[in-house]
Design a binder for this molecule. Structure first.
Ligand code: AMP
Ligand code: FE
Ligand code: FE
Ligand code: ZN
Length: 282
């Protein structure tokens, strides 16, 4: 069993890198990819534990990009060699943009009468403080009933507190991953175009033209119908296949590492082998 999509507490998961490796071994994974949002810190920290436990650990990342006016998640995999310093430097810049947004977001929320400080949210989010951490603090302080309510009231793109963050374009993110030897894969396409299959097909065709190399066919949010449709898109546009649970620990408690929601996930071992081949064919 393998799982190519997981998060540690270095982004928005709750498992430390060593806990995630231990969980992978416990559930019987042979290969695990760590795909934290915007950072390799979780992967870097997990390497010695994976070596000790003889778990095959693949370096990955998940980036939020702008594409056709919406936010689209992009996975990048580096199964052959670690990503270049260039890419790490670029991620540092993204972290700075995020911090800049967080400062403006705090000011905006304060102007709306919310009693909240940057250090409060950074205590929760640490290296990668994002809107989910703001939501946690808003709930804890009684400004929202739950995380979703905090987004609806304050943090969603359509809500009063929203401030824009400088996000990479899909084109730039693809280029950065490719130039540092990675394999870019379209993350959870079910979120890209809910049930509009024609629109998704045309986007996937365009993305393949821009350098996309794979599509995430297996995911905890995908129905069997989704899986077969995305597999057909992979074949049609000559893309590789990736898949994983999108494990976030206690932040998404319904998702289990390796097996997804109520065992709705099974990623064949061949997926990892194909990923290695894709990376070698650069
Ligand atoms: P950030 O990168 O800090 O802007 O936060 C983005 C994250 O916030 C996404 O990856 C989602 O996990 C979460 N998010 C964004 N919009 C919503 C929403 N409307 N409801 C719930 N979670 C959301
Ligand atoms: Fe996440
Ligand atoms: Fe995602
Ligand atoms: Zn994810």
């Amino acid at each position: 069993m393998i799982d190519l999509h997981s998060h540690t507490d270095r982004s928005d998961g709750t498992f430390t890198p060593s806990e995630l490796v231990a969980e992978a071994v416990r559930v019987g994974l042979t290969t695990l990819a760590i795909t934290d949002h915007d950072t390799f810190a979780g992967y870097d920290a997990a390497v010695p534990y994976a070596t000790e436990k003889r778990l095959d650990l693949i370096c990955g990342i998940e980036l939020s990009t702008r594409y056709q006016g919406t936010s689209v998640h992009l996975l990048g995999y580096f199964p052959a060699a670690p990503p270049s310093e260039n890419l790490r430097t670029w991620l540092e810049w993204m972290l700075e943009m995020r911090r800049d947004r967080n400062i403006r977001l705090i000011a905006k929320l304060q102007s709306l009468g919310v009693d909240i400080t940057l250090s409060e949210v950074e205590k929760v989010g640490r290296t990668l403080t994002g809107r989910p951490h703001f939501a946690q603090v808003l709930v804890a302080k009684g400004y929202a009933t739950d995380i979703q309510n905090a987004f609806d009231k304050y943090l969603d793109e359509s809500a009063r507190g929203f401030v824009q963050r400088q996000e990479a374009t899909m084109e730039e993110a693809l280029e950065r991953i490719l130039e540092s030897g990675g394999v870019p894969s379209l993350a959870h396409p079910v979120r890209v175009a809910k049930n509009n299959w024609n629109k998704l097909a045309s986007w996937v065709e365009d993305l393949a033209g821009l350098g996309m190399r794979a599509i995430e066919v297996y995911h905890s949010d995908h129905s069997p119908e989704n899986v077969s449709f995305y597999a057909s898109l992979a074949e049609r546009f000559n893309l590789g296949i990736t898949g994983g649970s999108d494990f976030h620990g206690a932040n998404k408690p319904s998702i289990a590492l390796g097996t997804g929601k109520d065992n709705n996930l099974f990623v064949p071992d061949s997926v990892a082998e194909n990923l290695r081949e894709l990376a070698a064919r650069h």
